[in-house]
Structures are given as structure tokens and as C-alpha cells.
Design a protein around this ligand. Structure first.
Ligand code: SF4
Ligand code: SF4
Length: 282
């Protein structure tokens, strides 16, 4: 058993004995991590608005730029992107908002950017469709919160999920400030009497696993497609509209770096100090 898992089980055990609720155990775990990482980590950065004291970039950090006007003004494009993502990854549709599993979804300005000014805002903002997904944060709070390392950052800066290691504690969901993670309360593999899967409207993609009840999931930046030299499904679905640009934000020569240099972009909840790798041109 690794040290982190042992630490989690110890805290969880003590909490159970003392009658302490799960969120308290979660706070203890985060607090412990913050102490352990002091002197160079995330804890230092949360004291300011997040982005001022950013360290020099190292290695690959994949990111995504979303041009909100292009998404909004190209009829049906947002739905096409969501469909491409959810079909590729066998994302179940339980048919009600309570059990919804979200990898890529749309929301309005107020919910997407609650920390930005809403005073006398431009009317056009009301109409805009903000595509939301996991931000693959440079300093992901979900990774620090996961007691089993089921959620981790890979060498390309992608925040991944190992479904087999997920114990369903949902600490990562509590730690993510963006609501980017979903939990399977129901069994996605449930079948009709005739053997068809109940919660999949389309044939399954045999290249991606279906999930089980009690497991957390989220966007994985299409890591498997990237390893084959392909673009993420949502980016591919945008075709040549330029509505989404994907690439290494640490490479000054990449297309995404050029787009970031040439446009004013905003990120979600900068005060959380997680440094999202998803940027919005509005
Ligand atoms: S958006 Fe949430 S789930 Fe995604 S990396 Fe950041 S903290 Fe983790
Ligand atoms: S990057 Fe891939 S997994 Fe993430 S939202 Fe786009 S299609 Fe879905």
C-alpha cells in the first residue's frame, strides 16, 4: 500500500471513529498536502489571484483555446462537438440531469465565469455558448485530493483518470472548483432484457472502456487519440472553423501559442490558483 493511500485510510478511519464527516477528512488531507508541498507548490499561489507568480514553463502542457463567438455563431457546432466527445468515450446518458455525466458541456457566462464582472455586461454575452470541460490545470487540486492516485497528471500535462484505482470517495469532485468531474451513481452497463445497453443511444466504441457504478470520470483531452497523432474529437468536429485550437502551450512555436499571443483570452476562476489550460476568446 502506498503512503498516500495509507494516509487517507488512517484519516478516514480516525474520522469514522470520531464521527467526523467525509468533508472534514477531505480538508485534513488537503491541509496535510498543503503543508507537505509548502515552499514551491500550489499553497503559495492561492493567496493571490493565481496567475501573477507563475513559474517558468517546463515540458509539455497541452491546452485548448475556444473561440466562443465562433462556437456560438456556427449553428449546431457545440452539439456536434459534444456528440463527438461522448460517442468517442462511451459517455452514458442516463436521461435526467440528476445523474448526468459531463465531459463536454455548454453553460452561460454567469455560471462559467462567476469571478468576472457581471456589471452592465454586453448583451451579446447573454447569447453566448461557453463550452466547458476539465481544464487540465497545471496545478490540479483534484490530483492532490485523490487518496489512491486514480487521478494523476501525465507527462503531457493531461490530468488522467485510472478508473480501476478509483474508490468512489469523490474527494476529487469536491476539490475541483470547476465541476468538471461526474460520478456514476447508476450502472452505465445496465442492459435491457434483450441485451442492449440501456444508456447508450449509439453503438459502443470498442476502443474505449465503459465505466461502472461508483467511478468518477471526466474529459481526458483525448489522450489516446493524441498518442496516435490525432487531434481531440471535439477539435476535429470543429473542422476548419477555427473555433477550437489545441496544442502545447509551453511551445512558443505551436499554433496554440500563436493564437494565445494574438488574442485576449480569459480562463475560468483564476483565483482558485489551479492554472487552467483551457482559454476562452470572447
Ligand atoms: S478542471 Fe478540475 S478536474 Fe480538471 S484538472 Fe482542474 S481541478 Fe482537476
Ligand atoms: S478533448 Fe476529447 S475528451 Fe476532452 S472534451 Fe474534447 S473530445 Fe471530449
Amino acid at each position: 500500500m502506498d503512503v498516500k493511500r495509507r494516509k487517507f485510510l488512517k484519516i478516514a478511519g480516525l474520522s469514522a471513529v470520531a464521527g467526523v464527516a467525509a468533508p472534514s477528512a477531505f480538508n485534513m488531507l488537503l491541509k496535510g498536502d498543503a503543508v507537505a508541498s509548502s515552499g514551491g507548490g500550489h499553497a503559495e499561489k492561492t493567496e493571490n489571484t493565481g496567475h501573477a507568480a507563475k513559474a517558468e514553463p517546463k515540458g509539455i502542457q497541452y491546452g485548448l483555446v475556444i473561440d466562443v463567438k465562433k462556437i456560438t455563431h456556427t449553428k449546431g457546432l457545440a452539439e456536434k462537438c459534444i456528440d463527438a466527445c461522448h460517442t468517442e468515450h462511451n459517455v452514458p446518458d442516463f436521461g435526467n440531469p440528476k445523474d448526468e455525466i459531463k465531459w463536454l458541456w455548454v453553460d452561460d457566462y454567469e455560471h462559467s465565469f462567476p469571478e468576472h464582472s457581471h456589471h452592465q455586461k454586453n448583451d451579446a454575452l447573454h447569447e453566448m455558448q461557453f463550452m466547458l470541460l476539465c481544464n487540465h490545470c497545471e496545478k490540479p487540486s483534484c490530483v492532490r485530493a485523490c487518496p489512491t492516485k486514480a487521478t494523476f497528471k501525465n507527462k503531457d500535462g493531461i490530468v488522467m483518470m485510472d478508473y480501476h484505482r478509483c474508490i468512489g470517495c469523490r474527494f476529487c469532485m469536491a476539490a475541483c472548483p470547476y465541476g468538471a468531474r461526474s460520478f456514476n451513481w447508476r450502472n452505465p452497463r445496465e442492459q435491457y432484457a434483450n441485451g442492449n445497453f440501456k444508456f447508450y443511444k449509439k453503438p459502443l466504441n470498442p476502443e474505449f472502456p465503459t465505466r461502472m457504478r461508483g467511478v468518477v470520470e471526466k474529459c481526458n483531452f483525448c489522450a489516446k487519440r493524441l498518442s496516435k497523432g490525432m487531434m481531440p474529437s471535439c477539435v476535429e468536429a470543429c473542422g476548419n472553423t477555427g473555433a477550437m485550437v489545441f496544442g502545447d502551450i509551453n511551445d512558443p512555436k505551436s499554433e496554440i501559442s500563436k493564437v494565445l499571443r494574438e488574442n485576449y483570452t480569459i480562463q475560468r476562476k483564476p483565483a482558485s490558483g489551479t492554472y487552467p489550460s483551457v482559454f476562452y476568446i470572447i
